[in-house]
Design a protein around this ligand. Structure first.
Ligand SMILES: [Zn+2]
Length: 278
């Protein structure tokens, strides 16, 4: 279904995990982000792109390599593919593909395209790297923490921030890689809000928002949560950890596993660097 639409921007939302697929069209190009999840949903997105694109080039951006975000890759074989250097060098490509196959087999899902790991045409190596297409400027920032290969993308002059799996309206931080890097990415997002004029924030899961107060609330919520989680881990405060777990939406074995992983990663990192508080 479509959760947000304006003249240039359409955000589809999957029935699963409120995962977003974004399409931005300008005079020069069509940019498609993380087309996902179910085969019918990917087909709808593909029909939509084919209906609007005309003779414009299609660019396919992956915010990171988690399997739910790359699942639709080969439905768009003619697109120019954009991702981070971390995605290009992803150490567990085969594992991600295996997760897609397991998901499809577990749910009897048939796709009319092959399952492959994205091969990149445009590799984002550093913060501030830009892609200029006519009047449109796309600026990229590396966004590790959730995963090492994360990317935040700003499309100007529209003022759209595509955040990947950060700055959701309801998800608490899922740290799959590093709490320290996650915190640095939130600080980077804060600088992005200060230096770019952001009119629309689109998270990987949940609602897009055009409200700057809401954007700040999400940033504060994530960094406050991380601070309290680090504090609770370092002081071995089981009650606080349990309360922090219950702040997650949609409690399930999935969120339980993510919470445990958050704690494990912080324990590992705090041992050497003492990241709480700061
Ligand atoms: Zn995700």
């Amino acid at each position: 279904m479509i959760q947000y639409q304006s003249e240039n921007i359409t955000v589809f939302q999957s029935a699963l995990y409120q995962t977003t697929s974004t399409i931005i069209q300008t005079n020069e190009m069509v940019l498609l982000v993380d087309p996902n999840w179910l085969s019918g949903e990917v087909e709808t997105i593909k029909d939509y792109v084919n209906a609007i694109k005309g003779n414009r080039d299609t660019y396919l951006l992956f915010t990171h390599g988690d399997f739910d975000h790359i699942i639709g890759y080969q439905a768009f074989p003619d697109a120019k593919v954009i991702g981070s250097v971390g995605l290009k060098q992803h150490p567990q490509k085969e594992k991600k593909l295996q997760l897609i196959r397991e998901f499809d087999n577990s749910n009897y899902i048939i796709r009319n395209y092959p399952i492959e790991f994205p091969r990149l045409d445009i590799v984002i190596q550093e913060d501030g790297q830009q892609l200029c297409l006519g009047d449109t400027t796309i600026t990229f920032y590396l966004a590790p923490g959730h995963t090492e290969d994360g990317l935040m993308t700003i499309v100007e002059p529209l003022g759209v921030l595509i955040a990947g799996d950060y700055l959701s309206d309801f998800e608490r931080p899922f740290i799959y890689q590093s709490a320290k890097a996650y915190r640095q990415t939130l600080e980077k997002a804060d600088r992005i809000f200060a230096t770019h004029s952001i009119h629309l924030l689109i998270p990987g899961h949940g609602q897009a928002t055009a409200d700057s107060t809401e954007m700040t609330r999400r940033l504060d919520m994530a960094s406050d949560y991380l601070n309290r989680l680090c504090e609770a881990v370092m002081t071995n405060n089981e009650i606080a950890l349990d309360e922090l777990y219950h702040e997650h939406a949609f409690l399930s074995p999935f969120t339980e596993g993510c919470h445990k992983e958050n704690i494990n990663i912080i324990r590992r990192e705090c041992g050497s660097s003492g990241i709480a508080g700061g």
